[in-house]
Design a binder for this molecule. Structure first.
Ligand code: ADP
Length: 402
């Protein structure tokens, strides 16, 4: 079965075409600047040269038509006809309390995604545009939605509620939902497989640290707590997001600086984190380079980022009454040798012992970076959210057939 995976943003659309017989990626790409003057399409067919095209793409339906054109073109294509695509899997950021699992799209599912626009005003409307665009272009094939929040729906009440008036939960569903669930789910399972142990027996801390960053306590295969909250702002320090802060700072700063709600939101989401502290960049590569060249602000940004991550690891070890495995994933987690080294240096009280040589090895495969004596297995596991979406889509669509 061939499955098209779509991740739609408000002005972008990422895609990957999978052949599920061997889970290979036949082609992938990105449409950027949808609705702007000149849209850019980057198409990467496996085994053939990449293509970049600039054209006018005003909305997502045209973007998908363009993608289907490239996938089937004699020059750059990988399939003979659109009919070869048997299902589409969509990444959707917010599934609220409706979705603890992926779902086949029908009118009820679409209505629920729409009801969640309030909770994810930037993301869910974009996902809906992607779903509608796929339906318009491929009306007769099943569409599946895979939610970033679904894996965290297993959190107990004492972890997902905030200590604020309960009426806010009842009326507006104010609670912790978390994010990156697809990734935390994938890497925790991949870690258990790598270790050759049943996930039901393991206490795993998964650190998904990329531009956005979150950490999850996975006990017996279930998310029992995660650092992102009602929105992806809470928790770890990130590229441009503040992560945790005293909530009283928000009204204080709004008052002193005469900021509107939108302005303070933008400050915390786009102008904080590594960028704000370093004054240089939100990119960990540049921060590390700055630190190595003696830039004090870069070093402070790195130290704060590492310190806050380590605090969460400690608290999640407490939450689970121990930890068997710590997993690093996503851009920073998979690539930053120095960040992993600094974090592990001060986790010896948990029994963590890093093997510096193993930590320095680069590979795209799951691997152990702790020493043979370490009481906690520390792993690097490359994440693959698209593959999870393709697998879920495949599973649900096979279920429809049987
Ligand atoms: P996103 O959250 O956008 O999916 P990624 O998981 O791709 O982000 O992570 C992107 C981040 O990974 C970059 O901003 C960069 O800081 C970090 N990164 C990538 N390569 C390295 C590296 N070699 N060393 C340190 N950080 C890196």
């Amino acid at each position: 079965m061939k499955i098209l995976v779509i991740n739609a943003g408000s002005s972008s659309l990422k895609y990957q075409l999978y052949d599920m017989t061997d889970e290979s990626v036949l082609a992938k790409g990105l449409v950027e600047r949808i609705g702007m003057d000149s849209s850019i399409v980057t198409h990467k067919p496996a085994g053939r040269a990449d293509v970049t095209e600039v054209s006018e793409i005003l909305e997502h339906t045209t973007a998908i038509r363009k993608v289907l054109g490239l996938l089937t073109s004699p020059e750059h294509g990988v399939i003979g006809s659109v009919d070869e695509i048997e299902a589409v899997g969509h990444r959707v950021v917010h599934g609220g309390e409706y979705f603890g699992e992926s779902a086949v799209v029908d009118s009820d599912v679409k209505s629920k995604i729409r009801q969640l626009f309030d909770l994810a005003p930037l993301h869910n409307p974009a996902s809906m545009m992607g779903i509608k665009a796929a339906e318009a272009n491929m009306p007769n094939i099943p569409q599946v939605v895979v939610f970033d929040t679904a894996f965290h729906q297993s959190m107990p009440e004492h972890a997902y509620l905030y200590a604020i008036p309960r009426v806010l939960y009842k009326k507006h569903k104010v609670r912790r939902y978390g994010a990156h669930g697809t990734s935390h789910d994938y890497v925790s399972q991949a870690a258990a497989e790598f270790l050759g142990r049943p996930i039901e027996d393991l206490k795993i801390i998964t650190c998904h640290i990329g531009n956005g960053a979150s950490i999850t306590a996975v006990k017996n295969g279930r998310s029992i707590d995660t650092s992102m909250g009602m929105t992806p702002l809470e928790g770890l320090m990130m590229g441009t997001r503040s992560g945790d802060l005293d909530p009283a700072i928000v009204p204080f700063v709004m008052n002193k600086e005469e900021l509107t709600v939108n302005e303070v939101n933008s400050m915390l989401n786009k102008h904080s984190g590594l960028l704000a502290i370093s004054g240089i960049s939100s990119d960990m590569r540049e921060i590390t380079e700055g630190m190595q060249n003696g830039d004090a602000n870069s070093k402070l940004a790195f130290d704060m980022y590492e310190y806050r991550l380590r605090k969460y690891i400690g608290s999640y070890a407490a939450v689970m009454n121990g930890v068997d495995t710590i997993v690093f994933t996503a851009g920073v987690g998979e690539n930053s040798v120095v960040l992993r080294e600094k974090v592990c240096e001060n986790l010896t009280y948990l029994g963590v012992e890093l093997d510096k040589e193993l930590n320095a090895i680069r590979s795209g495969e799951p691997r152990r970076i702790s020493s043979a004596n370490s009481k906690v297995e520390v792993l690097v596991v490359p994440t693959n959210e698209e593959l999870v979406i393709a697998r879920d889509t495949n599973r649900l669509v096979q279920g429809l057939k049987s």
